[in-house]
Design a protein around this ligand. Sequence first.
Ligand code: ZN
Length: 298
Amino acid sequence: MADQLIRGTAADNGIRVVGVISTNLTEEARQRHKLSYVATAALGRTMASALLISSSMKKHEARLNLRIKGDGPLGGLLVDAGPDGTVRGYVQNPGVELPPNAKGKLDVGGAVGKGFLYAVKDFGRGYPYSSTVELVSGEIGDDVTHYLATSEQTPSALLVGVFVGAEGVTAAGGILLQILPKAARDESLVAKLESRLGQLSGFTPLLQQGKSLHDIFQDLLGDEDLNIFPETQMVRFDCGCTFERMMGALKMLGQDELLDMIEKDGGAEATCNFCNEVYHADVDHLSRLVEELKADAH
Ligand code: ZN
């Protein structure tokens, strides 16, 4: 199924629901960064979370950054997503692999370790809003839910998952339920939703059973006055880096460094952290930057 995101409401607009299928974009991230199994799961869960949360940001150019910094062997990861449906991200130590945890699942919590989740919301105008919460388990889903409950003060239930095997990523995505203030007082509703989500053994088994996002919404909220919005948004891994931007980054190294590269290396290679794209600058490119720096100095 194509990567996509759909949204809806339920319980007389008291519940916001968003679902995303991110199988292909997670596989693209795995291939680009040569991610291990556990790194694929960690980054994939974070990318699904960021797409779900940022989908409710109003301005098209708004961005959400989720940075997870733990003391585990993965070292940390960064994801950037927006309501335009684009997402990108990377893991500090992409090759780290760990034995499965006690439940026989990929040990994302062990790979991430203890630490913090930093979220920055750039609304496209005004100051970005940033907040930090302590990691609950390092399993990503719990940590993002904790962020939503404490920093955004929205009771939320989040289920994100990635299934990665020898053939790569075959299922990934998630669902986010948020109880809006008018419904938050209805404790029985909150308890009912938590129990329904709790009965699911994960998000990826639903996809593997052939369920669509519509089916999943219907199963969870079909009896709660569900209204699924008609638009299906396509989501994709998209970095937006260009040769010109990479040249801009090289220029910041300064004249001496650039001249050194021309003389000793006969060019330069720059890799984009976010998508692992490699850009090559030859002597002519570097000489042009030196000329620009000379001109800037006058
Ligand atoms: Zn890039």
